[in-house]
Design a protein. Structure first.
Length: 283
């Protein structure tokens, strides 16, 4: 794993997502969807449908069902955990560094009392759960932001049952060295120190005691995500009468163009992983 020259802390990450919640709610969508889309084909430009498809693909690869007890690490506004509980009837919890996003998730959950799930504020490096509490740990595009990644892997391993499944999508750093453009528009933008390549991630997970079941490069999908979001931002900027909102949207659209260049240059990527905690028990 390689990092940038910056050293963001968990506090930095939590504060950033606290402060930007309302902006993303107003621009992306009112439910707080905030992860990369899995697109049907090159012509697909429906971001929200693609984001929902990411959840469906990850759940299918993890083989989640009604008997599962799931932990979503970096759950954000709670959409994935709620989706899993509604779709499969599973139990679970969501954990996130952002107090504001957890508050949003809890308020959303208040109207869904039939769901056996909870949301709480906390760190992936010091989880408030007993060993072997979960059959599955999942995450979408969040673990890269943990400064101490090996510690988070140790914690995930601890809270999983023997034979339990750890399935997630995450941002990748394919190259060890990144340029100033990628640092500004990709890494510093979300307080990300740096990450693993696809192969490097697998090595780190194996060192933490996981067996690799699946490791899939999804570079084309992350590029399409930012192409679609950039286009959406430009269209919304043209339609909004608010000068400040228009300026933000145009700046975001320009940043999306820079992010696509970083992807093409091998400085930013996306992958999906499914692993199993070594042990004899089935999840």
């Amino acid at each position: 794993m390689s990092t940038t020259s910056h050293a963001y802390t968990e506090r930095d990450v939590g504060d950033f997502f606290d402060q930007t919640l309302q902006t993303y709610l107003s621009f992306w969508d009112g439910d707080g969807v905030l992860h990369t889309g899995y697109f049907a084909d090159d012509a697909d430009d429906d971001y929200l449908a693609a984001a929902e498809r990411t959840s469906e693909v990850l759940a299918a690869e993890a083989k989640i069902d009604g008997s599962s007890r799931v932990l979503d690490v970096g759950c954000g506004c709670g959409n994935f955990m709620i989706h899993l509980a509604e779709r499969f009837g599973c139990r679970g919890e969501g954990l996130d560094l952002s107090r504001e996003r957890i508050k949003f998730a809890q308020e959303k959950l208040a109207g869904e009392k039939r769901l056996d799930i909870e949301f709480r504020h906390g760190s992936a490096t010091q989880m408030p759960y007993e060993p072997g509490s979960f059959s599955h740990v999942v995450s979408q595009d969040a673990l890269c932001l943990v400064p101490d990644k090996p510690r988070s892997h140790t914690e995930i391993h601890r809270v999983l049952r023997p034979g339990g499944i750890f399935a997630f999508s995450d941002f990748l750093q394919p190259k060890k060295e990144i340029g100033e453009r990628a640092r500004k528009h990709v890494y510093d933008r979300v307080k990300w120190n740096g990450g693993y390549s696809l192969v490097g991630y697998q090595s780190a997970l194996e060192e933490a005691g996981f067996e690799i079941i699946l490791a899939r490069n999804l570079e084309s999908h992350i590029r399409q995500t930012y192409r679609v979001l950039g286009k959406t931002a430009r269209e919304r900027a043209e339609a909004t009468p608010d000068a400040a909102a228009r300026e933000w949207m145009l700046a975001f659209s320009a940043s999306c163009e820079e992010i696509q260049i970083a992807i093409d240059d091998g400085e930013f990527g996306w992958g999906l992983f499914v692993t199993r905690k070594r042990g004899s028990a089935a999840p």
